[in-house]
Write a protein that binds this ligand. Structure first.
Ligand code: PLP
Length: 385
């Protein structure tokens, strides 16, 4: 049951399962629990559900159904794309990525660097944007195995110029992967119009359950699988399919697509109102990446002199969920690599909060968060003084 008192404003971390996804998955937990690879009639509904979901996800991405490979989520998809490119080009020892990528991309790239690969981690400016000319200069035809550049950043919402970057890589015979985990379902994507070879998606970021995702592999593009076994997904990702999760993700993709078609601008309007009100009510607010192209529902900002962890705890006592610009890694508070790459010092990063909305977010929820932030800022500033 949904908790009516909860004000959840951390949708870039995960989202609640939407009613469409919930309804779509139940039959495959209750009655139609067959393995979709089995040959008997009992397995047909499961097989059909996987095919329907493939078509629904493809429609969200402007892709063909056969370009959709079901995986366990964004981390697996990005790891698989990177490992595939490296395996396909054993003679190419260079990769290009960006300093603000998610760990699902950074960690495998760092591991390759430790194995002797050269990895260019593109810097970003103060708004979180890459410089396309610097990107182009980093591409090395015949040497670069892969570019991996995220479509949209999970902390700031900054959108990279993926179509242009993919075209530049393609013109030089270089494979291109994009982590589209935060973009899918939030902004229109048309992969058929881009030169992207692989793209990662994660169901739980667009109202499907956790533990299910997609790797898009462009038709005709070569792919080397990481996971070997029963040969499911055309040999591109072995393992018995998570039918309930996949059916749910298909329904969630369809719901996201129809929502995008109806009111693409609503989320941005909500976010902009929230930010305007934040600045009006609280002194010392700095919006991050507000001049860059951004996801419509993400707001990343700093409250001068307010410890973000303290604010998160105070909001939590009122059942309001937001997140910060630093993460607790092995017991110590580490400033986010995204913010430090944008030139923020560790103190401003520790004063940074992220509020992320969904299509279900209401004006009342945002108002409660604004009230709570106003009180928390005043209280934490007094404590410090
Ligand atoms: N990439 C981005 C940009 C993300 O925000 C996340 C999740 O936080 C992931 C990858 C990882 O996805 P998953 O949780 O499905 O492994």
């Amino acid at each position: 049951m949904a908790d009516p008192d909860l004000v959840y404003l951390d949708h870039n971390a995960t989202t609640p399962v939407c009613p469409e996804a919930w309804e779509a998955m139940l039959p495959f937990l209750r009655e139609n629990w067959a393995n979709p690879s089995s040959g008997y009639r009992f397995a047909r509904p499961a097989r059909q559900a996987v095919q329907t979901a493939r078509e629904q996800v493809a429609a969200l991405l402007g892709a063909a159904p056969e370009e959709i490979v079901f995986t366990s989520g964004g981390t697996e998809s990005s790891n698989a794309a990177i490992r595939s490119a490296v395996a396909l080009h054993p003679d190419r020892r260079h990769l290009v990525t960006c300093a603000t990528e998610h760990d699902a991309t950074l960690r495998p790239c760092e591991e390759l660097a430790a194995q002797g690969y050269e990895v260019t981690f593109l810097p970003v400016d103060g708004e979180g944007r890459i410089d396309l000319a610097a990107y182009e200069a980093a591409l090395r035809p015949g040497q670069t195995a892969l570019v991996s550049l995220m479509w949209a950043n999970n902390e700031t919402g900054v959108i990279h110029p993926i179509a242009a970057a993919a075209a530049m890589a393609h013109a030089r015979g270089i494979l291109f992967h994009t982590d589209a985990v935060q973009a899918a379902g939030k902004v229109p994507l048309d992969l058929s119009e881009t030169r992207v070879h692989c793209a990662s998606l994660s169901g739980h970021k667009f109202h499907a359950p956790k533990g299910v995702g997609v790797l898009y592999v462009k038709s005709g593009a070569r792919f080397h699988p990481s996971q070997l076994g029963g040969g499911q997904e055309g040999g591109r990702r072995s393992g018995t399919l998570n039918v309930p999760g996949i059916a749910a993700m298909g329904a969630a993709a369809e719901a996201a697509r129809s929502h995008l078609a109806i009111d693409h601008g609503a989320l941005a309007r909500h976010r902009d109102q929230f930010e305007a009100e934040l600045i009006r009510r609280i002194p010392g607010v700095h919006l991050h990446a507000a001049r860059a192209p951004r996801l419509p529902g993400t707001s990343n900002f700093r409250l001068d002199g307010v410890d973000a962890q303290g604010a998160i705890l105070l909001l939590d006592t009122q059942r309001i969920c937001v997140s910060g610009g630093s993460a607790c890694a092995t017991g110590s508070i580490k400033p986010s690599h995204v913010l430090t790459s944008m030139g923020l010092g560790s103190r401003p990063a520790r004063e940074t909060l992220r509020v992320s909305l969904a299509r279900t977010t209401t004006a009342e929820e945002l108002d409660s968060a604004l009230n709570a932030l106003q009180t928390a800022a005043a209280k934490l500033r007094t404590t410090r003084a």
